[in-house]
Design a protein around this ligand. Sequence first.
Ligand code: ADP
Length: 543
Amino acid sequence: MLGLMQDQPLLISSLIEFAARHHRSAEIVSRRVEGDLHRYTYADAAVRARRVAGALDRLGLAFSDRVGTLAWNGYRHFELYYGISGSGRVVHTINPRLVPEQVAWIANHAEDQVLCFDLSFLPIVKAIWSKCTTVKHWIALCDADALPADSGIAGLRSYEAWIAGESDQYDWPEFDERSAAALCYTSGTTGNPKGALYSHRSSVLHAYGAAMPDAMGLSARESILPVVPMFHVNAWGIPYAAAMTGAKLVFPGAALDGKSVHDLIESEGVTMAAGVPTVWLGLLNHMAQHGLRFSTLKSTVIGGSACPPAMIASFKDTYGVTVLHAWGMTEMSPLGTVCNLKLHQTRLPAEQQMAVLVKQGRAVFGVELRIVDPDGRDLPWDGQSAGDLLVKGPWIIQSYFKGEGGDPLLPGHWFPTGDVATIDTDGFLQITDRSKDVIKSGGEWISSIDVENIAMAHPGVAMAACISVPHPKWDERPILVVIKKPGQEVSRQDILDFYAGKIAKWQVPDDVLFVDSIPLGATGKIQKIKLREQFKDYQLPAG
Ligand code: ADP
């Protein structure tokens, strides 16, 4: 016997219409590429999303056709999210930090029909437009009078002129909730990038999950600043979850430096923010240098790479801001776990709470976790046993776009994350490494994340990365590559001494090397492959 409730498809268009009706005056504020602040409401955004949908119909785009975007976080990008997916097409967010050849490769692979871009990415578009064989329409996200006359791009149009004549009304089509809604390519650290193709169903379910109190805790009382880009896993789903809950949205545009982010938090009464650790490093440095405070910020979701405990402590102790350490992947829409204490942990002394808060947290309902040994046998959830992390759930990938890379799943629909983790008795996950970054010394694993986190707590260290180098006896040994904080003197020995009593002696790096920069990928993560390449001729000190 089937249940007797309505079988309403979960569609992205319903999110913006819900927000327009129930949160019509809730604000969406955007720092524009032009430098000024743009301000309107969910009701206004819905009108313009409907116009985008009408404009796509007029271009003759078919169901499931891909529309590419090269854009910062802002209101026009937000309208595209809804206009494209809501009308049954697929929004394909492209990471503009990739090299132009990769952007062209991805646009061709996705077979984008239209490409919408912020004017700051005009140089990329100029370099690639003639190589993008499927793109028929180029749209610059600007007013008609800001359109560059001499771009050389055939048929270039301004977004505002493109949607100007369209109706404010649009009948959003109803279709199978499993239809494709959004496409996002992984950063392709190994081989060509692969596309994760989200469905309407997976995106709406993920938005429910992300909004829950023990996940990001979004509500109509929050003002949220997604610093994490809309071209990186849909800004962690915040544009959907914010519309679902009626949270005020604050988009930072291109200005991601510490001063701009702090100004925006203060001027817009931001209560929660979300982004990768490198962005917060810039913010915290700026605040320390200028003796600044937060007046409204309560929490910040940090993920994408391990958040150093020193950063969690600094947010909490100096500024009274709770860090919600989160873990996920492009293949997981991206949310897997978020770190929020359980009732019994709220009664623990601060130090013991901190030991929990540095972990990546607990699974959001909708994500199942397992850790297994190399033979695929389940490991105990004891907080000690580290194994390969497997996941499954309704917003986790089944197959890459166009079947690229073959079937990624293990038997039983488990997706291997490529991360190595422990899980404790309370279900808190702790990532110890990516499997390809694991350091194996004398048959024992050394967590590069642990080694980095300790170094990051040293007052003289701005950034630290731990990599392995070959060793004749131990197979591999860790070394640490460090960027010093400006104006701080710190020696190799200072840092090595700093490890005393914090980890086992054999886990302490064999050497510390100071550099001016560490290679970061297009999503702000340390590129260990490049770093290993850079130090491939390095010789360990004798002894
Ligand atoms: P890519 O895999 O293309 O670099 P993703 O954004 O999908 O891009 O990265 C997912 C990976 O990032 C995870 O598999 C994990 O290794 C790492 N990661 C994400 N969040 C965290 C975190 N909080 N702590 C440690 N590693 C993290």
